[in-house]
Design a binder for this molecule. Structure first.
Ligand code: ADP
Ligand code: 5GP
Length: 394
């Protein structure tokens, strides 16, 4: 066998567990995924900052590999347990944490991870935070520049401020006079954005009218974490990338009533130079062609009269008969340091023990993973909690 990694020895507490013998006391857990790989997940102190480290033992070569790890890492607690799920991900449950931060997935062979393995030619894993409850599908709005996407989105956010949140994109173009950094866009430099793209921080990106634009994973997650439905204003190339990603969304294409009217609106807006207007109009021709693709867009709206188009937008989002209340889970369960975990099909039973401290709390509950959605490079949503057979998450 190859030499064990240093952190593995330093922090080894004699409590190594595996799928068949789970416990939550150690700083290290080993998990067999498929017949030829063992994952070692260890909580360690790196320059006095606690962090999770991953090492893989390839049993066919007896070599240790340190994978490139994507995603936001969980902050480790001293006790955690882990269980392998269907050979593509490992569920890590942090002890002494509540349900809004204790369920994390280490993806080891999902589509995203496989794609990164091929791209980088090395072992890859990715963290994805588990979130209780459903989030409504994000809305992708595309259409040529000047068609009125921003105007329609502003109207929607003004009328339903608690329901919708805007995904703030990154761009390398210069801010317009009325635009605020962090509100309309995150204005950035190409080299910085390219590095972040390479580091897997973006859900999609595209070169649009000579500048780089992109949606960071964080931009979408922040909106969903706030209990709001996310709206993305992105070009057709971006819409295509989102379609191909793990993010389930509704795709809407906004058309102008005519090309002449589009040109008029771009000129009236007065935010671009003549050269830029010409470039945007040239690109609009191709965008209008691609917008007709039913494989890409679920709905096409013509923005002739603004009020009519806005009413049609609300209708297709199911908002014309008054406000829909978005559901958010209120209940938070606590997983103590000492807990045991077992699996029955898609349900993970977490037994929190019955210590004096925990007497008033919930002793055991089941985490249902049958409806999970999303995953790396974003959050894993749709986890449900059952206590005594009753679903308590929305
Ligand atoms: P986009 O975000 O698609 O680039 P904007 O929302 O900035 O487009 O709209 C471009 C211009 O067209 C703005 O000056 C806006 O006020 C105007 N506009 C939007 N919708 C309409 C409409 N239905 N009729 C006339 N003008 C419109
Ligand atoms: P503008 O410069 O007018 O704000 O935007 C130009 C184009 O870029 C618009 O079509 C808009 O939808 C698109 N865009 C804005 N943000 C993004 C993004 O994050 N990704 C992609 N692919 N396109 C974007």
């Amino acid at each position: 066998m190859g030499e064990a990694p240093a952190f593995f020895i330093d922090n080894f507490q004699g409590n190594i567990s595996n799928e068949l013998n789970l416990n939550s006391k150690g700083y290290v857990t080993t998990i067999d995924v498929s017949c030829n790989k063992t994952y070692v997940i260890g909580a360690t102190e790196k320059e006095s900052t606690p962090t999770f480290e991953i090492q893989i033992l390839d049993k066919s070569t007896n070599k240790w590999v340190i994978p490139i790890v994507f995603g936001t890492k969980p902050k480790p607690s001293k006790g955690f347990s882990a269980i392998s799920l269907d050979e593509d991900r490992i569920l890590v449950i942090k002890g002494n944490s509540s349900s809004d931060d204790c369920f994390w997935f280490l993806e080891v062979n999902t589509a995203f991870v496989r794609e990164q393995k091929t791209r980088l030619g090395t072992e890859v894993a990715s963290w994805s935070k588990g979130v209780i409850g459903e989030a409504e599908k994000p809305i992708v709005i595309s259409g040529p520049s000047g068609v009125g996407k921003g105007t329609l989105i502003s109207k929607l956010m003004e009328e339903f401020p608690s329901m919708f949140g805007f995904s703030v994109s990154h761009t390398t173009r210069a801010p317009r006079n009325n635009e605020q950094n962090g509100v309309n866009y995150h204005f950035t430099e190409r080299s910085i954005m390219e590095k972040d793209i390479n580091d897997g921080k973006f859900l999609e990106f595209a070169d649009v009218h000579g500048n780089l634009y992109g949606t960071s994973i964080e931009a979408v997650d922040v909106v969903a974490d706030g209990g709001k439905r996310c709206i993305l204003d992105i070009d057709v190339q971006g819409a295509r990338s989102v379609r191909a990603s793990s993010l389930e969304a509704i795709f809407i294409f906004i058309c102008p009533p005519s090309f002449e009217e589009l040109e008029k609106r771009l000129r009236i807006r007065g935010t671009e130079t003549e050269e830029q207007i010409q470039k945007r109009l040239r690109n609009a021709k191709a965008e209008l062609e691609q917008g007709k693709s039913p494989a890409l867009f679920d709905h096409i709206l013509v923005n002739d009269n603004l009020d009519t188009c806005y009413e049609n937008l609300k209708k297709l989002l199911g908002l014309s008969d008054g406000i829909k209340i978005s559901q958010k889970s209120e209940l938070v369960v606590h997983v103590p340091l000492e807990h045991t975990v077992s699996r029955i099909d898609q349900k993970i039973v977490i037994n929190c023990g019955g210590s004096e401290l925990e007497k008033s709390a919930i002793n055991s509950f089941a985490l249902d993973l049958s409806s999970i959605k999303g995953g790396a490079p974003g959050r894993t949503r749709g986890l449900n909690i059952y206590v005594m057979g009753t679903k308590i998450s929305s």
